[in-house]
Design a protein around this ligand. Structure first.
Ligand code: FES
Length: 150
């Protein structure tokens, strides 16, 4: 067990856990940050997608020891009032159906737009390909990413 200092959504939190504990568990169980969802637990579905130093990662497969002092951003940290351009586009186009995968979809979209501010459909599909949506909201996700890019 070690003590780790985590910079989550603009605050600094300290946790005592084994260093190989997945970040997703720490976020959800220790810190009560519930935006990142548990889907597969093996890095395959994207429901937990969050940002570490601005890059999209899957916290279910990131050991907490690897992210000490890095900047961790979950969907909760995008904005104070849900008014990040990607969140607004999601609401405007009513993207979510059951909603479970959507925090991960949104974070993957934010990461995409930060490295490519004007992606075409193929680039959107490529970037979000491994974020699975069982409701099949993909066409609305694509439209929302394009809207947020405007
Ligand atoms: Fe992390 Fe599926 S729960 S990728």
């Amino acid at each position: 067990v070690g003590r780790f200092r985590l910079r989550v959504n603009g605050g600094v939190r300290s946790v005592e856990v084994p260093g190989d504990t997945p970040l997703l568990w720490v976020l959800r169980e220790q810190l009560g940050v519930l935006g990142p969802k548990y889907g597969c637990g093996v890095g395959a579905c994207g429901a937990c997608t969050s940002l570490v130093d601005g890059q999209a990662v899957r916290p279910c497969v990131v050991p907490v020891a690897q992210v000490e002092d890095k900047r961790i951003t979950t969907v909760e940290g995008l904005s104070e009032d849900g008014d990040h351009p990607v969140q607004l586009a999601w609401v405007h186009l009513d993207v979510a159906q059951c909603g479970y995968c959507q925090p991960g979809q949104i974070m993957a979209a934010v990461a995409l737009l930060s490295r490519n501010p004007d992606p075409d459909d193929a680039e959107i599909d490529e970037a979000l390909r491994d974020n699975v949506c069982r409701c099949g909201t993909y066409s609305r996700i694509r439209a929302a990413v394009r809207r947020a890019a405007r």
